[in-house]
Design a protein around this ligand. Structure first.
Ligand code: PLP
Length: 421
């Protein structure tokens, strides 16, 4: 039996209806931008395995750093102990994060980074004897699959069965350059009628919604309004963090900085799961007390795993290197030229790009998990490119180390698919 057959016996995959779609492709190797399946077929990983492996798969520099770390200190509790990898990572992160961030809190994945952010905001007010219960979030946002993260997410395909168990969330549309007055009016209403603890948002780009880009000035106005009204702001940079938008963080495009930032995905360069919730000194201070119960009692067993910290430190070294920064600029430029060339194609409804992220909305009607989307995916895979369309949106988020030839092949399969849909 090959891997694909053996898989079906005991495994249950995420985001999958096994009755309709029982097959999972077995990948046996990944290097740079190339995934190799069990039959020896190769695919360009044009979405960096969900935006994680931004410096390429099995990156030698990351491997070397983690290999060294795992021979020195593999794992130790972070509740009573500390260690250099965590300390160094906090120092390196604070150097590149927006200037108001000062404390680093560890989590295991993007959802729990968001969960911590939500709990920090709730307990911040609880500790100040100003109990609050409501959050504000964008329509169509995605923040993860644990209960708090699911509550603030807007995609019903994930949340439907759990609706009755979610925390109270009021939604606003994303700013589009002309609706900011309406949004502020809506915020005014929510704030006067509810005890709002925080506003959570994916800054500039809503990933799962289909790489939807919104207006930076409008977002700045919303964040400022929240701050002026004593509402904490939480930037979910799990997808946008670490260079994807062309700057280290999407929040770097926005003047008013968030109180809390959630990070994961590219944080560890795709090698090991880990996440971070960073915050301002003011938030941290609200948990300082002679009363034990005012501390933040949220903990994951593998908090600050030293090997994951080593991967993250090496990742930041790569991110801030001249080579990677140049690559990011070049990919952005190449994306721009590609879109200029194809954007008037009759099958294309709209296009957008920022940094290494590029998205094309096709001019077709289809469901998020409809059959055309599956046909597109198969078309790309048959031609050696792994692209994972979201509804009628094809998007690219390539590793920073992609070669010109590989990038051209990614563009080519997209141009080819336009001719057959
Ligand atoms: C992926 C993602 C999450 C969830 O992260 P997981 O590691 O999958 O739990 C949260 N927020 C955003 C913006 C994401 O893209």
């Amino acid at each position: 039996m090959n891997l694909q057959e053996r898989d079906k016996k005991h495994l249950w995959h995420p985001l999958k209806q096994h009755q309709l779609n029982p097959e999972s492709l077995a990948i046996v190797k990944a290097k740079g931008c190339i995934l190799t399946d069990e039959n020896g077929n190769e695919y360009i990983d044009a979405i960096a395995s969900w935006y994680t492996c931004m410096y390429g798969h099995c990156n030698d520099y990351i491997i070397e750093a983690t290999h060294k770390q795992m021979q020195q200190l593999d794992q130790v509790m972070f509740s009573d102990f500390t260690h250099e990898p965590a300390i160094k990572l906090s120092e390196e992160l604070i150097k590149i994060l927006p200037e108001n961030q000062n404390k680093i809190y560890f989590n295991d994945n993007g959802s729990t980074a968001v969960e911590s952010g939500i709990k920090m905001a709730l307990q911040y007010y609880f500790n100040k004897e100003d109990k609050r219960s409501t959050f504000i979030a964008f329509e169509n946002g995605f923040h993860g699959d644990t209960f708090g993260a699911m509550s603030v997410s807007g995609l019903s395909v994930y949340n439907g069965p759990f609706e009755d168990f979610l925390i109270d969330v009021k939604r606003i549309p994303t700013p589009n350059g002309s609706n900011i007055d309406i949004i502020i009016k809506q915020l005014e209403g929510y704030i006067s009628n509810h005890n709002v603890a925080g506003f959570i948002y994916e800054p500039l780009i809503q990933g799962a919604a289909g790489m939807k880009i919104h207006d930076a000035d409008g977002l700045n106005t919303i964040i400022k309004y929240c701050k002026n009204n004593n509402i904490l702001t939480i930037a979910d940079e799990v997808m946008t963090g670490f260079g994807k938008t062309g700057k280290h963080f999407a929040s770097d495009y926005i003047d008013t900085k968030p109180d809390i930032i959630c990070l994961s995905k590219a944080l560890t360069a795709g090698l090991i799961p880990m996440a971070i919730t960073s915050c301002t000194q003011d938030i941290f201070n609200a948990f300082l007390s002679n009363d034990m119960a005012k501390g933040f009692f949220h903990c994951h067993t593998y908090s600050a795993n030293p090997v994951a910290c080593a991967a993250a430190i090496a990742g930041i070294e790569l991110l801030t290197s001249e080579e990677i920064q140049n690559n990011i600029k070049n990919i952005a430029k190449t994306h721009n030229a590609f879109l200029k060339r194809i954007k008037n194609h009759p099958k294309i409804k709209s296009t957008r790009h920022l940094g290494v992220i590029l998205a094309i909305d096709l001019d077709t009607k289809m469901e998020r998990y409809g059959s055309l989307r599956d046909k597109l995916l198969k078309f790309f895979m048959d031609r050696g490119v792994f692209l994972r369309p979201l509804g009628n949106t094809i998007y690219i988020q390539v590793p920073y180390v992609i070669s010109d030839i590989e990038l051209r092949q990614v563009y080519q399969v997209i141009e080819d698919v336009l001719e057959i849909i």
